[in-house]
Design a protein around this ligand. Sequence first.
Ligand SMILES: *Cc1c(COP(=O)(O)O)cnc(C)c1O
Length: 436
Amino acid sequence: MELYSTNNPNTRVSFKEAVFNSMPQDKGLYMPVEIPRLDDKFIMHLDQYSLPEIAFHVANHLLGDSIPADDLKAIIYDAINFYAPIVKLEDKVYVLELFHGPSLAFKDFGARFMSRVMSYFLEEGEKQLDVLVATSGDTGGAVALGFLGVPNTRVTILYPKGKVSDIQELQLTTNGQNIRALEIDGTFDDCQALVKQAFTDKELNEKFRLTSANSINIARLIPQTFYYFNAYAQLLREGNDKAVFAVPSGNFGNIGAGLLAWKMGLPVEQFIAATNVNDTVPEYLKSGIYEPKPSVATLSNAMDVGNPSNWVRIADMFKGDIDQLKTLITGYSFDDEATLAAIKEVDAEDNYVVCPHTAIAWQALKDWQQQHPDSEATGIFLSTAHPCKFPDVFPDNIAEKIVVPEQVKDLEEKTKHSVILGKEFGEFKDYLLKHN
Ligand SMILES: *Cc1c(COP(=O)(O)O)cnc(C)c1O
């Protein structure tokens, strides 16, 4: 696989380069030069394959000879070792549960695959890879657990003190081994600023091989296509072949991967981009004007993004055919009040508890279906996180229905290890230099 930059279609880099650089110098994003179409026979018989089998087939076609097939297979079978079931809630309404991985969120797909690919590409005798990651909650957990124990890598997580949920904090701070957590006395934006500055600091870059693990890395996007194919495989087993996907969206990596799957031949009738009040994309789909805004804090905080970084990838996939993009994607946005109402309604109607991000996708799907009563497609809304990660959101009668997974009970036995730092860059840099 070769990749180009969305800012300069003539650039060419290898997959390995794209994975380690994360972002091209010109500040565009990497996109594959060729997006292969999978053959119809494979797509029509998806129901015969398991998730890792599908993942291997898709990745192998996309990556070509970037990773030899046997090595790729080993990476995939190690990374994608949990389920992503669709669960029927109502006629034509299914939830795709993406929270069965170690951090209980869909980001496990991206983080586990990327960590193993990075480790694979590190050659013998090469300097340890130092991953710096700023998190508002979910990304840090997925990255920490994704890299945990992966040879020749070390992860430093920066999270805002007092601003992540208890379970998220345990996921960040109880790992030990090659993972360390820094509790920054500031906001998520402060954490992000520290990481950004580290990447431009000469001394740090001489001393360490720094890399970021953020959602724009192409190695995080690719594995997210797997579960769209796998959801469709499950739908085929139920006797259906028409799908609509509703995706709770923030940085638009998740839905971007869905569109990549569609480009590879997955038959999808419609994508629904569901956001909270950070509605830059739904507004664009309505007005044709793309106007990034500062982000607003909401209950679905992993989606509080006013300028979604992956949008340029989506725009790039449809360049020259904005009408096709608008036909394929419908946008909806909901405020916190509507989010809470949706949580209560799913509980009342389906006896199912959704996290606040997932609730927004459910509501968007419901609205779309109401506006398209003649559609034969089955709606699948993506559940991006387990509700137990956001305990403060739920009224008591719903909170008590949440079944806490075993992984979390184990976490509660462990001891938190973190280092508290201020938000000054000097302090952070000093820490990195002294704790090598
Ligand atoms: C990251 C995240 C999202 C947003 O996904 P994007 O790929 O950034 O659009 C939605 N829900 C949860 C729970 C998340 O952690």
